[in-house]
Design a protein around this ligand. Structure first.
Ligand SMILES: [Ca+2]
Length: 309
């Protein structure tokens, strides 16, 4: 009996070791149908679990391009992710901008879960995942993705479609300090939870501009979000393009978790959120962003900075 329990404990420990948290929260799907070739850049490539294979098609007569995935059993998902291709940096025109997500248990009757029209949040980066939360949820076995319009016409490419059981959890942070004045348009405005208040600063001598946030406890950040300002459409040059993201537990020793150079993902859109995955993570209580370069000049503006578990 004792041997059996220690054996079970061993199996339990091993399973904990082999099932990564990322894998455990993913809904495993298999490819059912979709337009395009059989192999190479065929539709099955969006559900093979690999980012180095992609689905790429330009057959206007087959539009909307419809992909059906099988979750194996009736299941629900909280978020879905589209992963860009290996050369999206060169061809951002292939990103979908209008699509519909539906669920079904018999592949005949479909319930619409999400309807996106002219959504341009996917950027020009290779192998980058963009996550979306559906408007409606339900328990379905089959999930259908209809791609109605692409950014530059009729060619689409995606390296993967992911379904997640749980949504990313936002970390409640409090503002510690940041560059610039206090009050209206001070750094604290970037962590007050409001999209219509912003941090806006143009003090070249204080560069790089920094902001420190307190997560309240030691925890790991898997994603961070920058939200553009209320008039970024008019002033896209204020978007940061080069920055550093670090973590610390004493606000003295900082560990660099991510560095971005000349990243022009932030566009000329007002109050739009852009998600980034840091290169590494660790358990830290304090998080710091240092903004080293803006798109054109020394003025920065961001309406919000969010951290996700
Ligand atoms: Ca704000």
């Amino acid at each position: 009996m004792k041997r059996l329990s220690s054996l079970l404990f061993l199996i339990f420990s091993l399973s904990q070791f082999f099932i990564s948290p990322a894998l455990a929260q993913t809904v495993k799907t298999t490819f059912v149908s979709g337009p395009g070739r059989d192999r190479g850049e065929g539709p099955a490539m969006v559900a093979d679990g690999r980012y180095d294979t992609k689905w790429c098609i330009d057959e206007p007569r087959q539009m909307p391009y419809t992909i059906v995935l099988d979750a194996g059993e009736e299941t629900t998902f909280a978020e879905y992710g589209f992963v860009t291709g290996d050369d999206t940096q060169q061809y951002p025109s292939r990103n979908p901008v209008t699509w519909r997500v539906s669920g079904s248990n018999d592949k005949q009757e479909w319930t619409t879960l999400d309807d996106r029209k002219n959504d341009r949040s996917m950027g020009d980066e290779n192998f980058q995942e963009y996550r979306f939360q559906p408007t409606f949820k339900g328990k379905f076995r089959y999930y259908r993705f209809e791609f109605i319009r692409m950014a530059g016409g009729t060619r689409i490419q995606l390296s993967e479609i992911n379904l997640y059981k749980t949504a990313k959890v936002a970390i409640k942070t409090t503002f510690v300090n940041g560059s610039g004045r206090n009050g209206k348009e001070g750094a604290a405005m970037a962590s007050d939870g409001l999209l219509y208040t912003k941090w806006c600063l143009d003090e070249p001598r204080q560069m790089p501009y920094s902001i420190i946030l307190d997560a309240g406890e030691q925890l790991a950040v898997s994603e961070y979000v920058f939200a553009t300002g209320d008039d970024t459409h008019q002033y896209p040059e204020r978007n940061p393009i080069t920055w550093r993201f670090s973590g610390s537990n004493d606000q003295k020793t900082w560990t660099t978790l991510d560095e971005q150079k000349y990243n022009r993902r932030l566009r000329d859109e007002n109050e739009q959120e852009y998600r980034f995955k840091p290169a590494s993570s660790g358990n830290y209580r304090y998080y710091r962003f240092e903004f080293i370069r803006m798109a054109d000049g020394t003025r920065i503006q961001l309406s919000e900075i969010k951290l996700f578990k």
